[in-house]
Design a protein around this ligand. Structure first.
Ligand code: B12
Ligand code: SF4
Length: 465
């Protein structure tokens, strides 16, 4: 199962999995090892339609020289390009063309959808597919000549139409037994990352989020699509458990806590028809406040134990600026509710839920006091895994497009930084934020908490995500 991720050649078509060099050889952390559902879905569809592909991965090599021989003698290269994988995608396309001058490079993915001009500017890329590819991929790969350079694709109406991903089409870890031992990775399930026991099954139940936060607004580029039926999600998890043994689940949806009818059916069926694995899933503070009973039932009955909330900021001024449509009050309502549910479960001897708390700092226009309020908010969470990042102006988002147009983005097509300590926007005082995260302003932050319950609960926990 382990060893080289290089597979025997079966095809003249190569799918290249993208990520930083070495991420599957000697990974810095668990998230780098997570698998790409776009690749998994589209390769499954291709193979089910008799279009076989081979696989290589930039993550499974430590240099481009190692990758080059794996690209030899292919007629076609296919890639799923996101903004953060655009630099390796460009390099791979150019390398592929050097090695196979008559070969074709076919691309799609988020970056192709939100920054197609950057993709079109690369001569080595022959086709750029904008939008979801599940209905287009087979025809495009079979007969690329029948399509224009930029292909406008339409996706399925509902995720019910998606086949179950054949996870054995995902790349294997390439770091040998040391990596296996360190990460306890039971491929093709994924390694644990502190959210629940391994092996981890990552799944998607929904693709769209109806909100329009200006740093994200996925609904401007992910077309509306029906949610995967509860029964199909449960069938897939039970199948994975029978075949590989599931330890816990990560629901990769951008927004899991939406659509109460679906969630009620999930509460009804998940605990009864599965082993009730603990899971990670995402919600919003305003909807928790809108449907607190539903939320509490989900946490308690379905074992939702890592609750990802996009709090982003503890300041109303910044929340408004981000069009988050959540208020400080919504955030504190959710924090108090989860603290209370956690205490109750602990009292019963059960595992309490933990926040995966998404926080952004370094937002243009943020004052020191706004950032202190955010830190105070974090300190009110009794059980928390902080996920703190510097705001990043990704193309596709309203604020990202605006800052790029104003020349203020420091993320460039050569280097779409994605590490939390990278500087991303001109004019932001990053030294202040580095000091803040190191605890330099703790006295001031704690002063603002005087008299508030749990003032020191958070002390010492804060780390950069
Ligand atoms: C799960 C997820 C993660 C997971 C797992 C990532 C992984 N390995 O896939 C984790 C938590 C690790 C993660 C991390 C990050 N993520 Co993320 N993530 C997602 C999320 C929620 C789902 C991705 C997914 O599985 N989608 C479902 C699959 C089926 O869709 P897809 O891959 O896009 O493929 C479809 C189409 O694009 C197209 N397609 C794809 N390839 C091809 C190829 C061809 C030839 C064709 C024709 C079509 C085609 O067809 C597919 C089927 O419809 C998306 C948001 C979303 N709703 O999609 C964000 C998203 C992809 N992530 C994003 C970002 C910014 C990040 C981070 C940089 C965040 C951060 N600041 O740290 C990190 C970087 C991680 C890294 N490895 O470097 C952005 C990317 C923005 C952009 N412009 O590209 C998104 C869109 C969220 C957002 N709105 O900000 N992420
Ligand atoms: S940040 Fe979260 S709530 Fe806002 S649009 Fe993106 S996925 Fe939806």
């Amino acid at each position: 199962m382990f060893g080289s991720s290089r597979q025997r050649r079966q095809s003249r078509i190569l799918w290249l999995d993208l990520g930083d060099l070495g991420d599957l050889v000697n990974p810095g952390g668990p998230h780098e090892q997570w698998q790409d559902h776009g690749l998994g879905l589209l390769r499954t569809i291709l193979h089910q339609n008799g279009v076989m592909t081979d696989l290589a991965s930039t993550r499974a090599v430590t240099s481009w020289d190692q990758l080059a021989p794996q690209m030899r003698d292919y007629d076609m290269l296919i890639m799923n390009v996101r903004s953060y994988t655009f630099p390796p995608a460009r390099k791979a396309a150019e390398l592929f063309k050097q090695i196979n001058p008559n070969g074709l490079v076919i691309t799609g993915g988020m970056h192709a959808t939100v920054a197609r001009d950057e993709m079109e500017a690369i001569a080595a890329i022959d086709k750029v597919c904008v939008g979801p590819g599940e209905k287009t991929i087979v025809d495009l790969v079979r007969d690329p000549g029948a399509f224009p350079r930029v292909v406008m694709a339409e996706g399925a109406k509902s995720m019910a139409e998606w086949p179950m991903i054949d996870r054995e089409l995902w790349p294997k870890p390439a770091g040998g037994w040391r990596m296996q031992r360190r990460w306890k990775w039971r491929w093709p399930l994924e390694p644990e990352c502190g959210w629940g026991p391994g092996p981890v099954a990552t799944i998607l139940t929904s693709r769209v989020c109806p909100w329009q936060c200006v740093f994200c607004n996925e609904n401007s580029y992910i077309p509306n699509m029906g949610r995967k039926p509860v029964d199909a999600v449960i069938d897939e998890l039970n199948y994975l458990d029978r075949k590989y043994g599931v330890g816990s689940v990560v629901i990769h949806d951008s927004m899991f806590f939406q659509n109460p009818t679906w969630l009620k059916e999930w509460i009804e069926k998940y605990p009864r028809q599965t082993k009730r694995w603990t899971y990670w899933a995402a919600g919003r503070a305003d909807t928790v406040r809108q449907w607190p009973d539903l939320f509490e039932a989900l946490v308690k009955e379905t074992n939702w134990r890592t609750i990802s909330i996009g709090f982003e900021s503890g300041s109303d001024r910044i929340l408004k600026l981000l069009n988050k449509e959540c208020s400080e009050e919504d955030n504190y309502f959710t924090i108090n509710l989860v603290n209370r549910i956690g205490d109750e479960l602990v009292a019963k001897g059960e595992k309490p839920p933990v926040f995966w708390s998404n926080i952004m700092v370094g937002i243009p226009g943020e004052t020191h006091e706004d950032a202190f309020k955010t830190m105070r908010m974090l300190k009110q969470m009794k059980r928390v895994l902080p996920s703190i990042s510097f705001y990043a102006p990704y193309p596709g988002s309203a604020l990202g497009y605006q800052l790029i147009a104003e020349g203020k983005s420091l993320m460039s097509k050569d280097n779409y930084h994605r590490f939390p300590d990278d500087e991303k926007v001109k004019g932001v005082d990053y030294q202040f934020y580095r000091d803040l995260l190191k605890g330099k302003y703790d006295a001031e932050i704690n002063r603002g908490l005087a008299g508030a319950a749990g003032a020191d609960l958070y002390q010492g926990v804060l780390t950069k995500a």
